[in-house]
Design a protein around this ligand. Structure first.
Ligand SMILES: Cc1cc2nc3c(=O)[nH]c(=O)nc-3n(C[C@H](O)[C@H](O)[C@H](O)COP(=O)(O)OP(=O)(O)OC[C@H]3O[C@@H](n4cnc5c(N)ncnc54)[C@H](O)[C@@H]3O)c2cc1C
Length: 512
């Protein structure tokens, strides 16, 4: 149910919230509205109607109940570091951003014995890392390669991923507390028992009845206020490995080499096959931008020169082994070296050499479970602060991977933008994490970035490949690519859990 937001409704809502939660629970300050409306996508900013700062689950419930009374839409963020996917901005202008991260940022539990923690929405990757260090915990977390101020809970709800052994963040989330759109509070899994204590809430994913947790990922059915996150014991030694391959079409061979390693569980982390410019952009800027005015994709000559400068080929493979010591993982490393260099194309990059190649430091930190800011530097590859992520994926078959890398490389070239991608490989599937970096201050270049995103989405969808996550700007468009019955099912769930449509209408294309 889409509804127009009236100024009178918003004014009454703000007064109601102030009366119940205090003056500082919500702001209409112009500077804050401007800042929360900013994003990096090729569209004008999406300025919110107000920003609310709840301090506890009950206050979130108060906000949702007031939103229902006054028919005001809310947009929840945990820490709003969704850079390239929407940042802190709501999916539609005028929605009231509920910034959970400002006050609800407690680590509620770290259970060293069972290997999990319980967090509020505002606990960031950096804060969790610091907390594990402070406690001298035996656990290792899985940070993203993105902003250290991102939220564990927010990232898991968006089905994010990271380094370490628990790299699938929603897969390692267990047990949630949620304020539904109708204002009710629910606890999922064994947390749903009416009891003083919940022994299994954050250790067992498979409880009685339907597994509801997935409903709250990439949706707008409720606001999650607590989550359990599984972690693994920190191994005594982490051996990060790198191999580099020279040619663009080597991706096919690489993917076919990665598949058996992941299917057999030989490498415990994700294996990433990342292209030259995705890596190099974190340490260099587009060398031809001034000359071409950003109208053209970097030339092959300039790209090969950058490859030479950084000692990297067209594709670089990374991953890590965990073991008791460096010596203990040597046999695995030897087998891996033989595996990737057998055809004569792959070259092993030793840890000593990797130390001298700045773009590789990001992966080394990441596989060691340490948050870092290095990858954010890629946003400065072109001037003007524009970035969108395009996130399709393909089966782990070399021929298919090559077909799609050629396709998106050509579409980027046709739109005068660089092809930057990291293929994050599991046993059967690789998520192709594409970054479109463009000049958002230049309307012509921003239009090309928008056209490029849509052209890639169309071309991939025609071949049966969909995205796994999307910038807010494109969520309605992607939902319209799906079968009508599925869209109707999403909307029916929305109407059941949020009958007045107060939580982020339009997010992930769900309107009710
Ligand atoms: C250079 C770079 C590298 C990146 N690398 C990675 C990477 O390796 N892996 C990765 O996964 N991402 C990556 N990202 C993307 C992004 O920065 C992260 O996903 C980040 O964690 C998202 O921000 P957040 O955690 O603050 O979530 P938020 O921005 O707070 O929220 C993310 C989404 O979840 C929803 N949401 C948040 N909290 C709640 C809640 N409590 N209840 C209901 N809905 C909620 C929001 O509405 C929003 O749709 C990268 C970004 C950049 C710029």
């Amino acid at each position: 149910m889409t509804q127009a937001l009236s100024t009178a409704n918003l004014t009454a809502f703000v007064a109601d919230v102030r009366q119940q939660l205090g003056d500082d629970a919500i702001t209409l300050a112009e500077a804050a509205l401007d800042r929360y409306g900013e994003h990096t996508l090729p569209a004008p900013d999406f300025r919110p109607g107000a920003i609310a700062y709840p301090r506890a689950t009950e206050q979130v419930q108060t906000l949702v109940q007031a939103a229902n009374r006054h028919r005001v839409p809310l947009f929840p963020i945990s820490s709003g570091q969704n850079i390239g996917l929407g940042s802190k901005a709501p999916v539609r202008p005028g929605q009231v951003v509920v910034d959970l991260g400002r006050h609800m940022n407690r680590v509620l539990e770290v259970n060293d014995e069972l290997g999990y923690c319980v967090v509020e929405p505002g606990v960031t990757f950096q804060a969790m890392y610091d907390e594990l260090q402070r406690r001298q915990s035996r656990l290792m977390m899985s940070p993203t390669a993105g902003p250290p101020q991102g939220s564990l809970l927010g990232n898991a709800l968006d089905k994010g991923g990271g380094g370490g052994a628990s790299s699938d963040h929603f897969g390692n989330a267990c047990g949630m507390e949620i304020v539904l759109g109708n204002g009710e509070i629910i606890r999922t899994g064994d947390g749903s028992l009416e009891a003083e204590e919940h022994l299994n809430w954050h250790v067992s994913k498979y409880s009685f009845g339907p597994a509801l947790d997935g409903l709250f990922t990439q949706s707008n059915y409720g606001i999650v206020t607590r989550m359990g996150v599984w972690m693994t014991p920190r191994p005594p030694h982490v051996e990060t490995f790198f191999f580099t391959f020279p040619d663009d079409d080597d991706l096919g061979e690489i993917v076919d080499l990665i598949r058996p390693l992941k299917q057999a569980g030989f490498v415990p982390t994700q294996i990433r096959a990342t292209n030259d410019l995705y890596l190099i952009s974190s340490a260099a800027q587009h060398p031809e931008y001034a000359r071409t005015g950003g109208r053209e994709q970097i030339s092959d000559a300039a790209r090969h020169e950058l490859q030479r400068q950084f000692g990297l080929g067209s594709w670089t493979i990374s991953g890590a082994f965990f073991g008791a010591s460096a010596a203990a993982v040597q046999p695995q490393l030897e087998r891996l070296r033989e595996h990737f260099t057998r055809s004569g194309k792959g070259r092993y990059i030793s840890p000593e050499e990797a130390q001298t190649i700045a773009p590789l430091h990001i992966a080394t930190l990441n596989y060691n479970g340490i948050p870092g800011e290095g990858e954010l530097r890629m946003l400065a590859w072109r001037p003007g602060g524009g970035t969108s992520w395009f996130l399709p994926g393909t089966p782990l078959v070399g021929k298919i991977a090559n077909e799609f890398q050629r396709l998106s490389r050509a579409i980027c070239r046709d739109h005068g933008l660089e092809y930057m991608v990291s293929n994050v490989c599991g046993p059967r599937f690789a998520r192709g994490v594409h970054t479109l970096v463009y000049n958002r201050q230049n309307p012509e270049e921003a239009k090309r970035a928008d056209d490029c995103y849509r052209a890639m989405s169309e071309a991939f969808a025609k071949r049966g490949v969909f995205v796994g996550r999307a910038p807010t700007l494109y969520q309605g468009y992607h939902q319209s690519q799906r079968m009508p019955a599925l869209v109707q099912a999403c909307n029916a769930i929305k109407r059941a859990l949020d009958p007045n449509g107060v939580i982020a209408p339009g997010k992930y294309g769900i309107d009710g």
